[in-house]
Ligand binder design. Structure first.
Ligand code: S3P
Length: 164
């Protein structure tokens, strides 16, 4: 099946919604970060520490391209659909849904999370700045926007209805 890419800021609910949606649709759910960790044999913080963010972005771009071909529900990382290149790959190959969740909700979920190096190493103000910078890019690179204020099951149902 054509892939469904879920995008949005860290903590917006991509992975939670992705699992529910895949179950409803009877397909696999790929968490892009977990896939990268499994293939690299190390955690995201380790990849950032050892090789830097740029290298992580390269792995992320490769993984995204692979799943554009493979299909299924793909919960992307919060930085995966920012570049024009990745945005185009996702938009062309499948359906892209932006889960638009308020900053405060995201922040409550991601603050001090050692598994999210960007969140862990940023102040609230820095993350808010990043959020404001990214939101228009998520909007530009998605076909549909769904408010992240709904419960995950409701978001999943809405996405399922939109899928053609
Ligand atoms: C990142 C988000 C993370 C992960 C990495 C970088 C980002 O994924 O890909 O830590 O730049 O927003 P989540 O959105 O699942 O936290």
């Amino acid at each position: 099946m054509r892939p469904i890419f879920l995008c949005g800021f860290m903590g917006c609910g991509k992975s939670t919604v992705g699992k529910i949606l895949a179950k409803k649709m009877g397909c696999q759910c790929v968490d892009l970060d977990k896939y990268i960790e499994n293939t690299a044999g190390m955690s995201i913080p380790e990849i950032f520490d050892k090789y830097g963010e740029e290298h992580f972005r390269k792995l992320e771009t490769e993984a995204l391209a692979a799943f554009a071909d493979i299909g299924g529900v793909v919960a992307t990382g919060g930085g995966a659909l920012l570049s024009e290149e990745n945005g185009n790959v996702a938009k062309r190959s499948g359906m892209v849904v932006f889960i638009d969740t308020y900053f405060n909700t995201c922040y409550g979920r991601i603050k001090n999370d050692p598994n999210r190096p960007i969140a862990y190493n940023s102040t609230r103000e820095q993350l808010l700045e990043r959020f404001d910078y990214r939101r228009p890019l998520y909007l530009a690179h998605s076909h549909y926007v769904i408010s992240g204020g709904y419960p995950p099951i409701v978001i999943a149902s809405k996405i399922q209805k939109l899928y053609k």
